[in-house]
Design a protein around this ligand. Structure first.
Ligand code: ZN
Length: 170
C-alpha cells in the first residue's frame, strides 16, 4: 500500500531556477554519505566532540527556523508542531521518528528514530553520530520550552543499539 507523503507531494520544483521549495522554504536533496564524509573529515581535524557540537549547531538552526515557520504556516499548537516535525523527519528520509514523551510544562521531550540515515551512512562508532537530528530536536524544543535545553543522543544505531534515542530537557 502506498501512502501519501505530505512533504514530497507538495514540494515545488522550479526548473528554470533549479530550486525546490516547500511552503516557500528552500530544500535540497543530498546523499547521507556526502554529509557523513564531511562529518568524518571534520572529526579527524577537531575530534568527535567538537564535530558533534558543530553539527548540532547546524541542526539547531534548521530545527528552530522550520518549527517557527511551519507553526505559523499551519497555525499549530506545541504538540502539533512536534508531531509535524517528527512526521516530516520520516517524509524527508531521515528515519522513522517516534515521539516517546512530550511534557511541555515539565520541559521534557524524548524521541526515538528507527533507521537513522546518518547512522546507516556512518557505520559503526563508539559514540552517537546523529548530531543533526539531535540539533534539530533541540532547536524545536527551545521554541516550545523557551530558554536553553540539553539534548543528548542516549542510544545510537552506530553504537549497536536497536534505534537512536534523543532526550531533550529544558
Ligand atoms: Zn544515531
Amino acid at each position: 500500500m502506498s501512502q501519501g507523503n505530505s512533504i514530497l507531494d507538495n514540494v515545488q520544483w522550479d526548473a528554470d531556477s533549479g530550486t525546490i521549495t516547500f511552503k516557500d522554504v528552500r530544500y535540497m536533496l543530498i546523499r547521507p554519505d556526502t554529509v557523513v564524509d564531511f562529518q568524518k573529515a571534520v572529526e579527524a581535524e577537531v575530534g568527535p566532540e567538537k564535530c558533534a557540537e558543530m553539527m548540532m549547531a547546524g541542526g539547531y538552526t534548521g530545527g528552530s527556523r522550520s518549527s517557527k515557520r511551519y507553526k505559523e504556516v499551519f497555525n499549530y499548537t506545541d504538540e502539533e508542531i512536534v508531531a509535524f516535525m517528527c512526521k516530516m523527519g520520516g517524509e524527508i528520509g531521515w528515519g522513522k521518528f517516534n515521539v516517546i514523551k512530550l511534557d511541555v510544562p515539565g520541559k521534557e521531550f524524548v524521541v526515538e528514530v528507527e533507521n537513522s540515515a546518518f547512522a546507516a551512512a556512518y557505520g559503526e562508532a563508539d559514540w552517537g553520530v546523529c548530531h543533526m537530528i539531535r540539533g534539530v530536536m533541540a532547536g524545536m524544543a527551545v521554541g516550545i520550552f523557551g530558554g536553553d535545553v540539553v539534548s543528548s543522543e542516549t542510544s545510537c544505531r552506530s553504537k549497536g543499539d536497536d534505534r537512536c534515542r534523543f532526550e531533550i530537557k529544558g
